[in-house]
Design a protein around this ligand. Structure first.
Ligand code: PMP
Ligand code: GLN
Length: 396
């Protein structure tokens, strides 16, 4: 590597010889598929976002915040009223009382919380365990931080369950972080209380920090309760728990999320957060703070999305797709091997071009080539959109 000196700094900077970052990464699969869907006029069940609007009452709260003059920088860790509202919500749901002052940080969506946490807590020489399939920003975050990813597959034959023995076997002296994401994108797998116990037991006596991405915390089906790591005193004491208002309030475009972590971990995270974005949208934070006091919107979410899951899965049963179990999130995986021998990426393009429906190839969530003939559909859509897509999928 060629090093060039910065005149004001004694430290060498990487020169052109360092090469581009993330040389293996193309444009994200979500952007690729949404672009193709738009080009072909396809129904977009690929990228995960609702095609219905967020609540007018919430929009009103944000508009009021703007009109009240909340338009300058927010405090770096987040608007106090919002951090307090998050603390109340998390304590009511999971029984862990985070201190809004020192343990809760408002971020630019879950993506930035994850980036800040990985940058703050892992670096060269450290290993970070990730479960594959993995949400697309995890491996780039680890690589940009200079740490090494240790990838462990979820067990596809057991409904993408975690093999905790494999996780235990992967933990070594260099393991710094274990990244979890349940309810799981893209598989819809969830954890239960027994998983939390297994996790507690295997981390005991280690210095491993858990980075738990729980953005789909309110989208869990069939009467199950979300197994947040915040429920376990032992786990919450070593975890950074990330969530996002985008999923919960149908407002993915607002990009406001948060993370809860014990004060020493939060202090490390904020050291990075302050230079990554400093603070995030002030009026949106005030609007969310006013809205969060009422738990009704997220209490309805499981039933709301379960009805959509059932509608979509029922419809798929009249097609040559075979839906896999979906226990949480607003995604369902579908096996298309009865329909086509094409590999996943090619199949997803073919489906757009020939049948006008966009999906996401699950292979995009793996670092090494994988091809199980499975694609992901997003069912966070109006019933009319789902029905129109189903008619096309049934004809394929
Ligand atoms: N994690 C997972 C598992 C996600 O699915 C998403 C977005 N769909 C994010 C993080 C990013 O959330 P945000 O849009 O709030 O950055
Ligand atoms: N998280 C969304 C998904 O899984 C997409 C977010 C994005 O486009 N980056 O589809």
């Amino acid at each position: 590597m060629i090093a060039t000196a910065c005149p004001s700094s004694p430290h060498p900077l990487p020169g052109p010889g360092a090469g581009p970052r993330l040389p293996w990464a193309g444009t994200t699969i979500f952007t690729v598929m949404s672009t193709l869907a738009a080009r072909h006029g396809a129904i977009n069940l690929g990228q995960g976002f609702p095609d219905f609007d967020c609540d007018p009452g919430l929009q009103q709260r944000v508009a009021e915040a703007m009109q009240a003059g909340h338009n300058q920088y927010a405090p770096m860790p987040g608007v106090p009223a919002l951090r307090e509202a998050i603390a109340v919500k998390v304590a009511a749901l999971y029984g862990r009382a985070y201190d809004p002052e020192s343990e809760i940080t408002v971020t630019a969506g879950a993506t930035q919380a994850i980036m800040a946490a990985v940058f703050a807590l892992a670096g060269p020489g450290d290993e970070v365990i990730v479960l594959e399939p993995a949400y697309d920003c995890y491996l780039p975050a680890i690589e940009l931080a200079g740490a090494t990813a240790v990838r462990i597959p979820l067990d596809a034959a057991r409904g993408y369950a975690v093999d905790w023995d494999r996780v235990r076997a992967a933990i070594g002296p260099r393991t710094r972080l274990l990244m979890l994401n349940f309810p799981h994108n893209p598989t819809g797998a969830v954890l239960d209380a027994a998983d939390l116990q297994a996790l507690e037991a295997l981390l005991e006596g280690t210095g491993v920090v858990v980075l738990s991405d729980e953005v789909y915390e309110h989208i869990v089906f069939d009467g199950a309760a979300h197994a947040s790591v915040s429920r376990s005193p032992a786990l919450s004491a070593r975890s950074v728990v990330v969530s996002s208002f985008g999923k919960t309030f149908h407002a993915t475009g607002w990009k406001v999320g948060w993370c809860c972590a014990p004060a020493p971990l939060t202090a490390q995270l904020r050291r990075v957060h302050q230079f990554m974005v400093f603070a995030v949208s002030t009026p949106v934070q005030h609007g969310l703070a006013a809205w969060l006091g009422d738990p009704t919107p997220y209490r309805f979410l499981p039933a709301f999305y379960q009805a959509k899951r059932d509608r979509f899965v029922d419809g798929l049963s009249a097609s040559r797709f075979r839906a896999l179990p979906a226990r949480g999130t607003y995604f369902v995986l579908a096996d298309y091997s009865a329909l086509s021998d094409l590999p996943e990426q090619a199949f997803a393009r073919w489906l757009i071009e020939h049948h006008g429906v966009a999906a996401i190839p699950v292979s995009a969530f793996y670092r090494e080539p994988v091809d199980r003939r499975v694609v992901r559909f997003c069912f966070a859509k109006q019933d009319s959109t789902l029905d129109a897509a189903l008619a096309r999928l049934q004809a394929a």
